[in-house]
Design a protein around this ligand. Structure first.
Ligand code: FPP
Length: 236
């Protein structure tokens, strides 16, 4: 039976509840997202302190494109500001930035800032911060299947060559280990099309509080909960 490591290598977070947080305060939804960006900073710091290697954040799902145009614009502007303002801090803290998702769908200006921050932080080693942007797991899995079928139809593959490992190598996360711990805020018990392949053995920890109220101590609590659980990987 594999030993349960006390600290996860990779934490993935579904940051939910920004809108409800804002509504409770009579504020526009974009204020909830703005406050949520502060929780992102806290979590990056907490992961650094704990020596966690990877933190993946569900910042914008493929379904989020169905939101009102004004909210999408506000989210992109927030992301751009985050990239502008946090690049120096990421360099200081040795944080490497990566992105997964259908990045080509993002506005050109956002993509450019993202590319710049990814390139600038590429050699940092302590923590890899992965932003899931325009991300949907079914789309990711479909694209992987499509690339395998293409290789097969052009004679580079046979059905027998298709293994779990080969399939995983065609996902956006091909160079990122699977998450050991997935956190969701705002009390919903759903995985919402996030990393469906990758969370096969992840522990789930749900918080009732909304994302803007989530801070360092909550992340520490989730890691403690993780270390108490016994991971069996389907074995005895
Ligand atoms: C979910 O809350 C949150 C989002 C769709 C966006 C997450 C974005 C941030 C936390 C801020 C920006 C991130 C970075 C990396 C700078 P919701 O709007 O679905 O809340 P609701 O369910 O209460 O409506």
């Amino acid at each position: 039976m594999p030993e349960t490591p006390t600290t996860p290598k990779h934490i993935a977070i579904i940051m939910d509840g920004n809108g409800r947080w804002a509504k409770e305060r009579g504020l526009p939804r974009r204020e909830g997202h703005r406050a949520g960006a502060e929780s992102v900073r806290e979590c990056v710091e907490a992961c650094k302190q704990l020596g966690i290697g990877y933190l993946t954040l569900y910042a914008f799902s493929s379904e989020n494109w169905n939101r009102p145009a004004a909210e999408i614009t506000a989210l992109m502007a927030l992301l751009e500001r985050f990239l502008d303002q946090k690049a120096d801090e990421m360099m200081k803290q040795d944080v490497r930035l990566q992105a997964i998702g259908h990045i080509e769908r993002l506005p050109e200006k956002t993509r450019k800032k993202l590319r710049t921050a990814i390139e600038r932080t590429a050699n940092n080693k302590s923590l890899t911060l992965v932003l899931a942007l325009s991300y949907g797991s079914r789309e990711e899995i479909t694209e992987a299947a499509r690339s395998l079928v293409k290789d097969a139809s052009e004679g580079r593959l046979t059905a027998a060559d298709v293994t779990k490992e080969l399939f995983a190598s065609r996902l956006y996360t091909h160079d990122i280990p699977d998450p050991d711990l997935m956190i969701r805020t705002s009390g919903e018990m759903r995985v919402s099309n996030f990393l469906l392949w990758q969370i096969s053995y992840a522990e789930l920890v749900i918080f009732k509080k909304f994302w803007p109220d989530f801070g360092q101590s909550d992340l520490f609590e989730a890691v403690e909960e993780y270390s108490r659980r016994h991971r069996r990987f389907g074995g005895l």
